[in-house]
Design a binder for this molecule. Structure first.
Ligand code: SAM
Length: 280
C-alpha cells in the first residue's frame, strides 16, 4: 500500500484540514469514512485487476483508492477544481488512476473513459443521481454494471414492483435497461458530514437485451403519461399524450388492460403491450 487508507474519519479530517477544504453541500459532498463500506462497494462491483472503471465524483479519493487497490484502471471525473490538487496527493503512486476535471453531465464520457467496455462505480452526488443514471442508460454506454451509492429512498424506487407506492417511471426505466438489486444500506455516520437520510448501494447489471421488445420512444411516452397523474385512472392519465379518448379506449381494449386501473399497477410487459398497439 502506498498511502494510508483514506476511508477513516481521522485521515479524512486531516486531509481536509491540510488542504483547507470546506465541503460543498451544493455539490453533494458527503465523503465516506468507513473502510468496510468502501470494500463492500468494490466487492459488489466484482472488480478484477485490469477492469476499466468510471468513477463519478472521487472527492478526496476515498473510493478511488479502494478501486485502485483492487487493480482497476480508474477514470475518475470530479467537478470541484479544488479537489484536483488533493487527489494528486492522496492518490500519488497509483499508476492505474486518471483524474479528469469535468462535469459528468457535460463531458464526452466515451472519449474520457476510452475503454470499449467498463463498469461505473460511484458514491453519487445525490442532487443529480437520476440524471446521471438515466443519462448513462439512455445513451446505451458500453457499461457492464453500475454500482452506486444513492439515497435509500431512490434505491427503493429503482427496484420497486408494480402496485407499490415506490413504483414509478424511474422503476420502469431502470428495470427496462438493467437488473437492479439493493446490495446494502449505509447509515449516515459512515460519511462526513452525515447526510440527513439513509443511503443504499444499488447494483444495476446492464441487460444485453431489454426484457420487452418495444419502440422506446413510444414506450417511455406511455410510461411517463401513465405516471403523470397517479390519482387518475389509466384511461384519464393517458389523455395527457394527446391521443383522443375513443382511440385510447380501442388501444386498451386491444391489449385487454382495464382503463379503470391506475397506471402504477402496470407491469413492464403491460406497458410494452400498450405501446406496441400504439404504433399499429
Ligand atoms: N467518492 C467520494 C467518497 O465516496 O467519499 C465523494 C463522494 S461525494 C457524495 C460526491 C462527489 O461528486 C463530490 O466529490 C462532488 O464534488 C462530485 N460531483 C458533484 N457534482 C458532480 C458532477 N456534476 N460531475 C462530477 N462530479 C461531481
Amino acid at each position: 500500500m502506498t498511502q494510508p487508507t483514506i476511508a477513516q474519519k481521522e485521515v479524512t479530517l486531516h486531509i481536509l484540514k491540510r488542504f483547507g477544504i470546506r465541503m460543498s453541500k451544493k455539490l453533494g459532498q458527503n465523503f465516506l469514512i468507513d473502510e468496510h463500506v468502501v470494500k463492500s462497494i468494490v466487492d459488489a462491483a466484482d472488480i478484477k485487476p485490469g477492469d476499466a472503471v468510471l468513477e463519478i465524483g472521487p472527492g478526496i479519493g476515498t473510493l478511488t483508492q479502494g478501486l485502485a487497490e483492487a487493480g482497476a484502471q480508474v477514470t475518475a471525473v470530479e467537478i470541484d477544481r479544488r479537489l484536483l490538487e488533493v487527489l494528486s496527493k492522496t492518490l500519488e503512486g497509483y499508476e492505474n488512476v486518471r483524474v479528469v476535471h469535468g462535469d459528468i453531465l457535460r463531458i464526452n464520457i466515451a472519449e474520457t473513459v476510452g475503454a470499449p467496455q467498463y463498469k461505473v462505480v460511484a458514491n453519487l452526488p445525490y442532487y443529480i443521481t437520476t440524471p446521471i443514471i438515466m443519462g448513462l442508460l439512455e445513451a446505451r454506454m458500453p457499461i457492464d454494471v453500475l454500482v452506486t451509492m444513492v439515497q435509500k429512498e431512490v434505491a427503493e424506487r429503482m427496484v420497486a414492483s408494480p402496485g407499490t407506492k415506490d413504483y414509478g417511471a424511474l422503476s420502469v426505466a431502470v428495470q427496462y435497461y438493467t437488473k437492479a438489486e439493493i446490495m446494502f444500506v449505509v447509515k449516515p455516520d459512515s460519511f462526513i458530514p452525515p447526510p440527513s437520510v439513509d443511503s443504499a448501494v444499488i447494483r444495476c447489471t446492464v441487460r444485453e437485451k431489454p426484457p420487452v421488445q418495444v419502440n422506446e420512444k413510444i414506450f417511455f411516452r406511455v410510461v411517463r403519461a401513465a405516471f403523470a397523474q397517479r390519482r387518475k385512472t389509466l384511461l384519464n392519465t393517458l389523455k395527457t399524450t394527446g391521443v383522443p379518448i375513443e382511440t385510447l379506449k380501442i388501444i386498451l381494449e386491444k391489449t385487454g388492460i382495464d382503463g379503470a386501473r391506475r397506471g402504477e399497477t402496470l407491469s413492464l410487459d403491460e406497458f410494452a403491450a400498450l405501446s406496441n398497439v400504439w404504433i399499429q
